[in-house]
Design a protein around this ligand. Structure first.
Ligand code: UGA
Length: 465
């Protein structure tokens, strides 16, 4: 099938006008991409700083390719930003709500106050038939509750309809995942709502993108189930890493062998320091919490194990660092390579890298951190750690180096050149991305999660025999 060029076009006359409430990661990307697809879009947020930044062409977070798309949308005159909900209510035919659902303080539940507020503020101002579409990740049952709420406060009552359209974009690939998603999911309560969503996503559907239409609770559950599955897959291979560590087996070889089975597949089977970020950790906890509330907690109690396996990778890394420097981290100079929860992101929410750096610091290590994009955000969260601006500076005089986020810059570094800068050639590759042999040949003690301390190299005569 020929792929249509979506990065285009003339304004879509007669197409629905779109608002996007919440211009964080998800909302800003959605608003920008919808405008790039040719729709007239109004981005709305309660934070004037975000709105000012976006309106002046600046994306307030790191996402490859998004600044260029923002420029394109602004230049085409199809994208505007406001803090005014009255303007949003008057402008939009289809309103997407993309506000955050963080973990509630002191609980595993999702904090729904921003979602509730966005839907209510909008609904009480809407005076003509319109569709409200939730994109935020919410506990199952939220959309039904919100339907009752918005229809009660809206001047048009049941004429105001609600739909759910979960989002599956990954940070670092946000533009690609939004313009060319691997599927679309619509949760709807009427044919009219489905029709509106089909109009909004027409260019993407015309590409042949699979569409799954269900009811509201199913659409909400799809997102929780998808993120839970991904988290489970990562923790599965990391559980195997634990077994490998006590048996001398190599989890990277194991993972590769599993990946060739098409039923298993190699994606999200990368053993290492595990998952973090603003989605997977809080989503599995909120899902568990919701299942308990519904009386079906046993069905997904395994997600507690998934969470624990994931967190154990962090303490295992600290144990390995302690072991490698001879038993105590007190006063040891540690070079932490990476702070973001994954490469190509400046997001440090629940970042395994930063958590390990913090744990080492609490054991008395002198931790120096370098992340190509996340230093500023990391410093905001952990101002006690030292931050430097280059790879050369971070490894300078280090007693042990920890690769914590697999940026290309770290992956591509020359072990011999790094070796000249450190005090001791010791490295822990927590993401299993370095060439172990290249490091060992350059005189490094190389350790990784889930792999034996050193690969047995058979003597030459044995190898020939
Ligand atoms: C995740 C999902 O992948 C998206 O589909 C979803 O839309 C998004 O959450 C969301 O709910 O908004 P994201 O948080 O951007 O996306 O990050 P991922 O690419 O999923 O990575 C999550 C974490 O898992 C990272 O810390 C990464 O290092 C880790 N990971 C990933 C592994 O440890 N091993 C792997 O094999 C893959």
């Amino acid at each position: 099938m020929a792929t249509q060029n979506l990065d285009l076009v003339t304004p879509r006359v007669g197409s629905p006008r779109i608002t996007v409430i919440g211009t964080g990661y998800l909302g800003a990307t959605h608003a920008i991409c919808m405008a790039v697809l040719g729709y007239d879009v109004l981005g709305v947020d309660v934070d004037p700083a975000k709105i000012d930044a976006l309106a002046s062409g600046r994306v307030p977070f790191y996402e490859p390719g998004l600044p260029e798309k923002l420029r394109e949308a602004l230049d085409a005159g199809r994208l505007r930003f406001t803090t005014d909900f009255d303007e949003a209510a008057a402008f939009g035919d289809v309103h997407f709500v993309c506000v955050g659902t963080p973990q509630a303080p002191g609980s595993h539940a999702a904090d729904l106050r921003y979602v509730d507020s966005a839907f209510t503020e909008l609904a009480r101002r809407i005076t003509r038939k319109a569709l409200l579409v939730g994109k935020s990740t919410v506990p199952v049952g939220t959309a039904d509750r919100l339907t009752a709420l918005v229809q009660e406060v809206s001047p048009i009552g049941t004429e105001l309809e609600l739909a759910w359209n979960p989002e599956f974009l990954r940070e670092g690939f946000a533009v690609e995942d939004t313009l060319h998603p691997d599927r679309l999911v619509f949760g709807v309560a009427s044919e009219w709502a489905e029709e509106q969503l089909r109009r909004v996503f027409r260019p993407i559907l015309e590409e042949g993108t699979p569409l799954v239409v269900g009811d509201l609770p199913t659409a909400e559950l799809v997102k929780a189930a998808a993120n839970s599955f991904l988290a489970t897959k990562i923790s599965y291979i990391n559980a195997m890493a634990e077994i490998c560590e006590t048996t001398g087996a190599d989890v990277t070889v194991l993972a590769e062998a599993l990946s060739h089975d098409a039923r298993i597949g190699g994606k999200f089977l990368k053993p290492g320091l595990g998952f973090g970020g603003g989605c997977l950790p809080k989503d599995i906890r909120a899902f568990r919490h919701r299942a308990e509330e519904l009386g079906v907690g046993d069905a997904i109690s395994f997600l507690d194990q998934v969470d624990q396996i994931n967190l154990r990778r962090r303490s295992r890394t600290v144990d390995l660092a302690r072991e490698l420097v001879g038993g105590s981290l007190d006063g040891v100079k540690v070079a932490a390579l990476g702070a973001a929860f994954k490469p190509n992101s400046d997001d440090v929410r629940d970042a395994p890298a930063l958590d390990v750096a913090r744990m080492l610091y609490l054991e008395g290590a002198n931790v120096v951190v370098y992340d190509p994009e996340a230093n500023v955000n990391a410093h905001r969260v952990y101002p006690d750690l030292d931050y430097v601006e280059s790879l050369a500076e971070v490894v300078d005089g280090a007693d042990v180096v920890l690769l914590l986020t697999e940026w290309d810059e770290f992956r591509d570094a020359d072990p011999a050149a790094l070796g000249v800068l450190v005090a001791e050639r010791r490295i822990i590759d927590t993401r299993n991305v370095l060439d172990a042999e290249a490091y060992r040949s350059a005189g490094w003690t190389y350790r990784a999660l889930g792999r034996p301390a050193a690969v047995e190299v058979p003597a030459e005569s044995e190898a020939v025999a």
